[in-house]
Design a protein around this ligand. Sequence first.
Ligand code: CP
Ligand code: NVA
Length: 300
Amino acid sequence: MKLRHFISLHDLTSSELRQLLNRAIELKNTRNPDFQPLKGKVLAMIFEKSSTRTRISFETGMIQLGGNALFLSPRDTQLGRGEPLRDSAKVISSMVDGIMMRTNKHETVTTFAEHSRVPVINGLTDLMHPCQLLADMQTFFEHRGDIEGKTVAWIGDGNNMCHSYIEAASILNFKLHLACPEGYKPDSCFVNSASASINFFDTAQQAAEGCDLVVTDVWASMGQEEEQKQRVLAFKDYQVTQSVMSAAKKEALFMHCLPAHRGEEVAEEVIDGPNSVIFDEAENRLHAQKALLELLMSGN
Ligand code: CP
Ligand code: NVA
């Protein structure tokens, strides 16, 4: 079987992505403990940054599929002492069946993939968070059906999550409305490659108008903690408030990849309100990634 990585959502075609989402929903609904396609297989999980959901969902997913997962922190491995990435990729991939990585720089994941003999999965970089999009899309499909032709509002930072939403919009054929402050817009390569799917708006309210889904994320991502004060000022008009939600459709869903800061990027009444599906979204990390692990690592 040809070696496949999952570095960006574009590593899947739109029909593969839809199949994977349907498979995730099926795995969630059947929960068969005897289904162990990854029996004896091992996933190495390399984390340069903190994680709750990504670590737990991949580790649990591997165990539920019959395999095992290793948590590797650069602090305790030679990766943290400067062993070249290509040597590390060759060594680690000679002993395990898959590698999931959360890294500061996106190139760390792409370099690893270049030198790995097993699938490499992007568990978040400074540029993208494709696994979160699998869970977000699964959640939308479960609540509202296929997202094709729908409209999504992204409010806030043009960050890694925003980039993955831009990719999802072009693959799954939905419209993406963006409201990001000046200086915090998404990277132009993402924008240019999906220009038919996206539109920029000046205010959160305008972006949310008539939308089926409203999404936001923290104002300062991991690694940007020192910019927190300056970002709070830049983003102060970009909170997802009840009045922003009122501009969207009545049945519009609210999502946030979590962890969230209530009272900053989102008002408490929105994130804890009736349209919020944040906890389904978090749980779906497990189911969507099980479908991904099965696709990349089961050999079927
Ligand atoms: N959403 C997400 O990736 O969460 P963690 O940082 O807890 O893994
Ligand atoms: N944009 C956030 C997502 C966390 C899951 C970050 O990179 O910290």
